[in-house]
Design a protein around this ligand. Structure first.
Ligand SMILES: NC(=O)c1ccc[n+]([C@@H]2O[C@H](COP(=O)([O-])OP(=O)(O)OC[C@H]3O[C@@H](n4cnc5c(N)ncnc54)[C@H](OP(=O)(O)O)[C@@H]3O)[C@@H](O)[C@H]2O)c1
Length: 358
């Protein structure tokens, strides 16, 4: 089979893992590379990966990328830009993204309609994916719910020490770690964008289960650093945000039925009960019903009991999984009928472009 030509858009924590996979997969071919950082412009994709040149240089020109011939764009910038996505889709390129938009039907501002219209115009498809959201908060609960005779409550919980996840823009700029809680509360973009992320997950579950969600509530709590502490994003000063708990609940018939909860910390300090242990990253997906089902998920270097790296976790494992959930969807997204294609429209996303080394 001819490899699918993929443009990688962004080389942050997720994007760089995607770039490596595109370069390595026999089922994909790197067709272009969009970067933002001036020091990455003009550099060979191989050099950005710390390996031999691959003969393709990174550009910050959107016009250049739009003019390329490619099957798909793997779009992983910090924040999505619907105008850019519309242009890409119109130009005849399918798009997979980890930058939100898992179920854009849930968003206002004609986001879904604009993306869908662009797909129809360009004969292309669009798919939003990820780990959480994009698997934990909605895909795993939904496939679990298929085993139930009755369902009272769906709950997903992420408990993660992200102290080695070095995205300053995400944690300091967007999530306001290292700042007082008022900085979070006073930034409407942060509050609304984060709300949108999990509003989409709740809406996707509701759509799949034919439930009417009348309200989505967001409760949050901040845990402050008790001392100045170093983390991958810099110093988190005493008295500023070191940990966050968020709980999004979708209300159906006057009670909370679909719940997404996250607990994160960016420092290697004990932040008290219920907060991640040092190095911990686990996800627990519970469907309360008949029967009640629980999945506990962890990512690791390996679960091989013989390996010295057994059960070792780093946030890089998460980055690989997020990037691969997007890339493994590329064949199905390229083959899909034009339009926004969520998990409810696509076949199961399996390891279709993953390598199986001997
Ligand atoms: N659903 C999930 O499970 C999940 C989990 C983690 C992340 N994500 C999402 O995936 C996306 C990438 O995350 P990440 O961890 O890779 O982020 P990151 O490490 O902070 O990378 C940021 C990316 O944004 C680019 N960038 C720099 N300035 C920008 C600007 N002005 N406008 C737009 N982009 C700019 C960077 O460019 P360069 O290429 O030049 O470095 C880089 O590609 C984010 O949207 C994040 O929310 C999803």
């Amino acid at each position: 089979m001819k490899p699918l030509r993929v443009i990688q858009w962004g080389t942050g924590n997720v994007g760089i893992e995607a770039l490596q996979a595109i370069v390595e997969s026999p089922r994909l071919e790197l067709a272009g590379l969009r970067v933002y950082s001036p020091d990455k412009v003009g550099r060979d994709a191989g050099a950005l990966l710390g390996r031999e040149p691959v003969g393709l240089t990174a550009t910050d020109s959107e016009a250049e990328i739009l003019a390329l011939d490619a099957d798909c764009v793997c779009y992983t910038p910090l924040m999505h830009d619907v105008d850019v996505l519309v242009e890409l889709l119109r130009s005849g390129k399918n798009v997979v993204t980890t930058s939100g938009l898992i179920y854009p039907q849930a968003l206002g501002g004609r986001v879904f309609e604009r993306l869908n219209e662009a797909c129809l115009e360009g004969g292309t498809s669009f798919h939003g994916t990820g780990l959480n959201p994009g698997w934990i908060a909605e895909v795993l609960p939904l496939v679990s719910s298929g085993m139930c005779r009755s369902i009272r409550r769906i709950h997903s919980l992420e408990v993660c020490d992200v102290s080695d996840y070095g995205s300053k823009e995400m944690f300091l700029g967007f999530m306001k770690y290292g700042q007082p809680p008022e900085a979070f509360e006073n930034d409407r973009t942060t509050v609304e964008r984060l709300g949108d992320v999990f509003k989409e997950s709740i809406a996707m579950i509701a759509a799949a289960m034919d439930l009417e969600v009348t309200d989505v509530r967001h409760e949050r709590e901040f845990v402050l650093a008790e001392r100045d502490t170093e983390s991958a994003v810099g110093t988190i000063a005493k008295g500023t945000i070191a940990g966050q708990r968020h709980r999004f609940s979708g209300w159906v018939d006057g009670r909370s039925v679909i719940e997404v909860e996250t607990r994160w910390k960016v420092v290697r300090d004990d932040l008290g009960e219920g907060m991640p242990e040092d190095g911990e990253c686990t996800w627990t997906i519970t469907v309360e019903g008949d029967p009640s089902i629980r999945n506990v998920v962890s990512l690791a270097e390996t679960f091989d009991p013989e390996s010295p790296d057994r059960e070792l976790y780093s946030s890089q494992r998460g980055m690989v999984s997020i990037a691969m959930h997007a890339l493994n969807a590329v064949p199905a997204v390229c083959a899909a009928e034009p339009g926004v294609r969520t998990f409810l429209d696509l076949p199961i996303v399996a390891g279709s472009v993953a390598r199986c080394p001997a």
